[in-house]
Design a binder for this molecule. Structure first.
Ligand code: SF4
Length: 341
């Protein structure tokens, strides 16, 4: 089987190219062809000798992913992509337009093991981790298709990024490399359901990215009932890890709270949230829940507004996430499920 050349971090590719008996600058040239000029064939690397191109072609492959469905919003230019991976699996990405630029939400796994009750991505279970190249290709393919530059990236699509830790770390290194897309990791948000051990590990890299915690409830009983991960790492362990992350990186944490009517949107829930987060350098993102046909969850507009104003009054910095692409609305993971059924 050929090696996946797009998944190499710059220093790894240098080591590979050196093993082929080539000078180090060749690795830099090849890296630029792959990640800046984004050629799909070794034969297009015009400043590389034909003997080296042939050798590269024998040993490595340049992966690609295919757009099999694309939903475009007529309201706000949001585009939802369903991609087919080389092995026939499917994943989703969503491109959103903001005043500050274009943001792409990408997937990190095919399916998810975490079993959060409100999430369509987990219903059919977990298939496999994505390779670094498959995360990058979501970005490159969306840019190529749309002709737009992706200015920020959110790891919040299908999958739990910290459950695919090594590949996500490598993806971040490639994404931010000077000879690659050269995206500052300050423009990246990583969302986790709360794999505490991995939050400590991530802090050690001091990447400067924004950590987003899917919190969704403020008591262990309630959180465990909607997010099984809470049985492994409870809320107080999670908050401790968040504080460690803030101390080590100096970055503010974002807490995601999907407001589910009758489940976690009462005045007592708001008070609990204020108590839990007060004094932390953080932001609370309130998320109106997308309806999923397999789950009986929804948000109530009034309860959501009352919840937000209670948090503001309690001194928490909170916003209700704007719904983009309402006319192509489908909860994350929904498009893939519909396609595969
Ligand atoms: S919310 Fe995230 S972690 Fe939870 S099941 Fe869905 S994809 Fe997995």
């Amino acid at each position: 089987m050929k090696k996946d050349i797009l998944s190499y971090a710059p220093e790894e590719l240098s080591a590979e190219i050196e093993l082929l008996g080539e000078k180090n600058f060749r690795a830099k040239q090849i890296y630029e062809w792959l990640h800046t000029k984004r050629v799909h064939e070794f034969s297009n690397m015009s400043n590389i000798s034909s003997s080296l191109r042939t050798k590269l072609d024998e040993i490595y492959c340049i992966n690609s992913i295919k757009i099999v469905r694309k939903l475009e919003s007529a309201l706000d230019n949001t585009v939802k992509y369903l991609y087919e991976l080389p092995d026939g699996n499917h994943i989703e990405s969503v491109m959103m337009e903001y005043k500050h630029g274009n943001s792409l939400c990408i997937s990190t796994q095919v399916g998810c093991k975490m079993g959060c009750n409100f999430c369509a991505s987990t219903i059919a279970g977990f298939k496999r981790n994505l390779l670094p190249s498959e995360m990058l290709l979501q970005v490159y393919t969306a840019e190529e298709d749309s002709g737009k530059h992706v200015d920020s990236i959110v790891l919040m699509g299908i999958g739990e990024p910290l459950d695919n830790f090594d590949n996500v770390v490598k993806f971040l290194k490639i994404l931010s490399s000077e000879t690659g897309k050269n995206l500052s990791l300050r423009h990246v948000s990583l969302s986790t359901c709360g794999l505490v051990d991995r939050i400590y590990d991530l802090a050690e890299y001091r990447f400067g990215l924004t950590l987003s915690i899917s919190l969704h409830a403020v008591t262990d009983e309630k959180r465990s009932s909607i997010m099984p991960v809470n049985k492994r790492y409870n809320i107080s362990q999670l908050i401790k890890a968040c504080k460690d992350y803030m101390d080590k990186t100096g970055r503010r944490i974002s807490f995601e709270y999907a407001v589910i009517h009758g489940v976690n949107d009462t005045a007592a829930d708001a008070e609990g949230l204020i108590r839990l987060l007060k004094g932390m350098n953080c932001h609370v993102n309130l998320i109106p829940v997308n309806e999923i046909k397999e789950r009986n969850y929804r948000s109530d507009r009034n309860a959501l507004k009352n919840f937000a104003s209670a948090l503001e009054k309690g001194g928490l910095n909170a916003t209700i996430r704007r719904t983009l692409g309402a006319d192509i609305d489908a909860a994350c993971g929904q498009l893939r499920r519909e396609y595969e059924i």
